[in-house]
Design a protein around this ligand. Structure first.
Ligand SMILES: *Cc1c(COP(=O)(O)O)cnc(C)c1O
Length: 225
């Protein structure tokens, strides 16, 4: 399926007016598709699988900002630590410990978002509100000098119920504002929420970073990847 260039231009145009950052989610899609958007100026791309990300990063332009948006296993952090631009799915302190360690090894501070579980499905990863606030209030983030927590990320329920989605996004935005006031540093400025099906609502509810895949690249075919 070809990249939807017109759709990209429309979305990019409307997002930039709202100061919302677009992450083009290119998981399972070939390098040629990424290059098409790169040539239009897109630099932020999101991937879910470590090996796929490593392969793409090695063969594509060095100024692409690679976002890891999938579930990250601790034993795989080392593969992306040298170059990843932002890790969206930090869902445990154990993972923070490992990212910090790999940041040290690579002599860099790795930008991360803490993932919050806002959906009704149990299959989605993330901190619940209570353990998130506990971590943020504890001061323990200071134990990880090679990690900078830039904000929060969440995925709403797989549902078309706008009232439910609205409630979930609002809840995440409230947690974001609360965390921001507790942490009180300027770099805590990113709220990553919204995908192809719900990004407009997410922006209405305070998102400033959306992760859009199928609207730009077409439906994914997982069996081929
Ligand atoms: C795949 C994925 C997306 C993009 O989903 P689309 O519905 O194709 O826009 C966004 N966020 C995460 C975490 C994903 O895994």
């Amino acid at each position: 399926m070809p990249v939807n260039i017109e759709q990209y231009k429309l979305i990019q145009n409307s997002l930039s007016q709202k100061n919302v950052q677009l992450i083009a989610v290119s998981k399972t899609k070939p390098n040629e598709d990424i290059i098409e958007l790169y040539e239009l100026g897109q630099r932020d791309f999101g991937e879910n699988y470590v090996q796929e990300l490593v392969d793409k990063a090695a063969s594509l332009a060095g100024d692409i900002r690679w976002h890891f948006i999938g579930h990250l296993q601790t034993n795989k952090v080392k593969f992306i630590a040298p170059f990843v631009y932002l890790i969206h799915g930090v869902d445990s302190e154990k993972l923070l410990v490992e990212i910090n360690k790999q940041g040290q090894k690579n002599n860099r501070v790795i930008p991360c978002l803490l993932q919050v579980h806002i959906a009704t499905e149990e299959t989605k990863f993330g901190f619940d509100a209570i353990s998130l606030l506990e971590l943020i209030q504890s001061g323990r983030l200071l134990n990880y000098p090679n990690v900078i927590i830039k904000g929060l990320m969440g995925m709403a329920s797989f549902s078309e119920d706008q009232t439910l989605l609205s409630k979930e996004f609002t809840q995440l935005n409230e947690l974001f504002q609360k965390s921001k006031s507790i942490l009180n540093y300027n770099d805590f400025d990113t709220l990553s929420m919204g995908m192809s099906s719900d990004y407009e609502l997410a922006i209405e509810k305070g998102s400033n970073m959306v992760r859009i895949g199928s609207l730009l690249f077409g439906a994914r075919n997982y069996t081929k990847s």
